[in-house]
Write a protein that binds this ligand. Structure first.
Ligand code: HPA
Length: 273
C-alpha cells in the first residue's frame, strides 16, 4: 500500500489537474452549511469518491464533494461533507482533506459545525465563534509517526483559533438576525450524544458548546501552520439542559432554520479573510 504521504500527494495532484484556479482559503462545511457551496461561482466540483485515497462520509446531511471556485471575490475550495471520528476512520484519514488543502497551498481555513449548547446563557439557533477548544477525551490526530513535511512533533496550540480572524468575525455579529456569541468548543467522540452528567462535567471544565467534529481538523491545521476560524451553530441545548431527549433530527431542523443567516455570516467574513 502507498504511504499516507504519497496518498495525500496523489489526491492533491488529481485535484490540481481538475481545478482551474489556485484556492487560498479552505472551507469545511458542517451540518446544514453545505448550501454555501451553491454560491461559489466559476466552480469545479469533484466527488470525494473520484479522488484517489480520499475518504467518503457516511452521515446523512453530509455530502461528499469538493467545490472549488470564487466566493466573495476569494479563491476558495470547500469540503462539502467531512469525516468524523465516530464513523470509524483512522485518525489520519479523518484529516485527509485538511492536509490535502495544505498541499494545495492553502494556509487559511474556516471550519464550521453543529454543536450542543453547554453554556446556560446560550440558546438553540444561535452561532458561536470558537475561541479555543477542549480535546482531552480523544487521541490527537497527530498520534503516530510525525509528518515532518507538515509540522513539528510537538506543535503549539496556544493560538489554535486565529485572533485576527476572531476579531474579523466579531465585527460581523450584527450583520445577521440571530445572536452570535464567543466560546470554547469541546470535542465529544460520539456517535451517542453525551449524558447530562457529562455535560455538567464539561460545563465545569469551561465548555460553552460540544460537538463531534472540528477539533481533529483544527489540530491537523495548526500542525501545518494553517490559520483557523471556527464557527459553531448551536443546534440544540446539550443533554440535560432541557428535560427532553436529543435527536439528530433536531440538529438538522435547526440548521435548516438558521442556515440563511449562517451562510450570510460566513460569506461576509470570507470577504475580509
Ligand atoms: N452534542 C454533540 N454533538 C452535537 C450536539 C450535541 O448536543 N448537537 C450537535 N452536534
Amino acid at each position: 500500500m502507498k504511504s499516507y504521504l504519497n496518498q495525500l500527494k496523489e489526491a492533491t495532484q488529481y485535484i490540481n489537474e481538475k481545478i482551474t484556479i489556485k484556492p487560498t482559503l479552505g472551507l469545511v462545511l458542517g451540518s446544514g452549511l453545505g448550501d454555501l457551496s451553491d454560491e461559489i461561482t466559476e466552480k469545479v466540483e469533484i466527488n470525494y469518491s473520484d479522488i484517489p485515497h480520499f475518504p467518503v462520509p457516511t452521515v446523512k446531511g453530509h455530502d461528499g464533494k469538493l467545490v472549488c471556485g470564487i466566493l466573495q471575490g476569494k479563491k476558495v475550495i470547500a469540503m462539502k461533507g467531512r469525516f468524523h471520528y465516530y464513523e470509524g476512520y483512522d485518525l489520519e484519514k479523518s484529516v485527509f482533506g485538511i492536509r490535502v488543502m495544505k498541499l494545495l497551498g492553502i494556509n487559511k481555513v474556516i471550519i464550521t459545525n453543529a454543536a450542543g449548547g453547554v453554556n446556560l446563557d446560550f440558546e438553540e439557533g444561535m452561532l458561536m465563534i470558537i475561541t479555543d477548544h477542549i480535546g482531552l477525551f480523544a487521541p490527537s490526530t497527530l498520534r503516530g509517526e510525525n509528518l515532518e513535511e507538515f509540522g513539528p512533533r510537538f506543535p503549539d496550540m496556544t493560538f489554535a483559533y486565529d485572533k485576527e480572524f476572531i476579531k474579523i468575525a466579531n465585527n460581523h455579529v450584527n450583520d445577521i438576525n440571530i445572536p452570535v456569541k464567543k466560546g470554547v468548543y469541546a470535542f465529544y467522540r460520539g456517535p451517542n450524544f453525551e449524558t447530562p452528567s457529562e455535560i455538567k462535567a464539561l460545563r465545569i471544565l469551561g465548555t460553552d458548546a460540544v460537538g463531534m467534529s472540528t477539533v481533529p481538523e483544527v489540530i491537523a491545521a495548526n500542525h501545518a501552520s494553517m490559520r483557523v476560524l471556527g464557527i459553531s451553530c448551536i443546534t440544540n441545548m446539550a443533554a440535560g439542559v432541557e428535560q427532553k431527549k436529543l435527536t439528530h433530527q433536531e440538529v438538522m431542523d435547526t440548521t435548516t432554520r438558521v442556515k440563511s443567516d449562517f451562510i450570510k455570516f460566513v460569506k461576509n467574513i470570507i470577504g475580509e479573510l
